[in-house]
Design a protein around this ligand. Structure first.
Ligand code: CA
Ligand code: CA
Length: 243
């Protein structure tokens, strides 16, 4: 009798672990751009997304990130940034990436600074598509360099720039989630060039590649119900075992 109870408890535990497995899903690629097809149409991802330029910037395509092993490797090369002392935090690139159905969002990308581009960039994000919040500031590792060109340890174990919205519930399951990267004045109160010996110029370029948003599946009500049933079953077994 006791053996039978233990066997049934194992079955209940197995069911519970299967349910928990669903809630601890591996990250899914929601949107991804490698720009290798020379367009800004999203290249992969279950939710997709769109790219836009703001603040008067323009863009063409040029050789992409050294992390992209594709034979034809392209990146999105933005330029035509504001004149010195004007347009702080207005010009750059926007990625509209809905997170509908997903949580624990992460963003990764590689970016290359030309010598005369703005050394300082600001990552911003929005929950409603209207109001933007300041995220981390990116500082150029030098002129004519990709972010991934640095030999720096990265929290995510790779060398793209990484921003985590893990446990940020406002970013979860959000059709309006978007992020953008804008040029920002430096400590001197104006734009500073990525290469210290250069002067900032409006024709400086910021090139993007391997832009990726990931998330984990939001548990569906059905799996939460199954979890409840599994827990109730365990409680029932414990009660009977005590008798
Ligand atoms: Ca590429
Ligand atoms: Ca494309």
């Amino acid at each position: 009798m006791r053996g039978s109870l233990i066997a049934r408890a194992f079955v209940a535990l197995s069911a519970l672990s299967v349910t928990l497995g669903i809630t601890q899903a591996q990250p899914v690629q929601l949107a991804f751009w490698d720009f290798n097809d020379n367009d800004t149409t999203v290249d992969a991802g279950v939710n997709g997304g769109t790219v836009a330029l703001v603040g008067g910037t323009t863009a063409t395509f040029a050789t992409g990130s050294p992390l992209d092993s594709a034979t034809t490797n392209r990146g999105y090369n933005t330029t035509n940034y504001p004149a010195q002392n004007t347009g702080n935090l207005t010009a750059g690139i926007v990625f509209n990436t809905p997170t509908t159905g997903y949580m624990n969002i992460t963003v990764q990308f590689d970016v290359r600074w030309s010598n005369t581009s703005s050394k300082y960039l600001r990552f911003q994000y929005t929950y409603d598509g209207v109001n933007w919040n300041n995220g981390p500031q990116l500082v150029a590792p030098g002129g004519d360099q990709w972010w991934s060109g640095q030999n720096l340890a990265n929290p995510n174990g790779n060398f793209r720039y990484y921003v985590s919205f893990y446990a940020d519930t406002s970013a979860d399951n959000n059709p309006n989630f978007a992020f953008r990267i804008l040029t920002e004045f430096g400590p001197s109160g104006q734009y500073e060039a990525a290469r210290s010996a250069s002067s900032y110029g409006t024709t400086g370029t910021l090139r993007y590649d391997l832009v990726e948003v990931r998330g984990e599946v939001v548990p569906e009500p059905a799996s939460m119900l199954a979890l409840g049933v599994g827990l109730a079953g365990l409680v029932g077994l414990r009660r009977r075992a005590r008798k």
